[in-house]
Design a protein. Structure first.
Length: 206
């Protein structure tokens, strides 16, 4: 049986169609690759956004937990009450109730003449607790576990009062090397300066 040779014209067409098919296949593969890459990028963006949302929630929850713990601490709460009110009565030790005002805590936080009475020792213990929480909050902020805006209130309000006698507090913190508490107060002051709207709202508090 004799096989007829392929017509050269048909051979050219077949070769052309093969090239066209290969090009179309290459284009389709490229389009598929581009589409998959786009979908992958979109998926990564969605995952990143979701992880950022989850991180933000964790930061907010950690901040709330810190503030709740500070506000539920009897000594730290007493220190904030001393700052907020003048001549309020406190039970400085079982059965002994004394009024404490601004002049009392200013005197009690001295770093000389360490012969403290019951009232002064109580004041120092209360502010020690408050400074402890400030230091912890600073550590959490520095470690990106919380954001400053989540812990600014109510401490920005009390810091405004502390600033009236800032030298006394800074001297106390420096003497006892409570550097994190100092850094937190500086950070919060700067935050208030950079957030005039927030500062204005804080100043409006009676």
């Amino acid at each position: 049986m004799i096989v007829q040779p392929i017509d050269p014209n048909w051979k050219d067409w077949i070769q052309t169609l093969s090239w066209v098919g290969a090009v179309i296949g290459l284009i389709l593969a490229l389009l598929k690759y581009v589409s998959e890459q786009k979908q992958n990028r979109e998926q990564r963006v969605r995952e990143l956004e979701q992880s950022q949302i989850e991180l933000r929630w964790k930061q907010a929850e950690a901040a709330k937990k810190l503030l709740d713990e500070m506000l539920s601490d009897s000594d730290a709460s007493a220190a904030m009450k001393m700052l907020d009110w003048n001549d309020v009565e406190f039970e400085v030790k079982p059965g002994l109730h004394l009024k404490i005002g601004e002049q009392d805590y200013v005197k009690a936080l001295r770093v000389s003449d360490f012969n403290f009475g019951d009232k002064e020792q109580y004041i120092r213990d209360c502010f020690d607790s408050l400074f402890y929480y400030m230091a912890m909050i600073e550590h959490y902020i520095y470690s990106d576990l919380v954001r400053l805006e989540d812990v600014a209130f109510p401490l920005d309000y009390f810091l405004r009062i502390i600033n009236r006698n800032r030298v006394v507090f800074d001297t106390f913190l420096e003497y006892y090397k409570l550097n994190r508490a100092t850094r937190f107060m500086k950070r919060l002051n700067k935050y208030k300066e950079e957030s005039p709207a927030e500062a204005a709202r804080a100043d409006a508090i009676p």
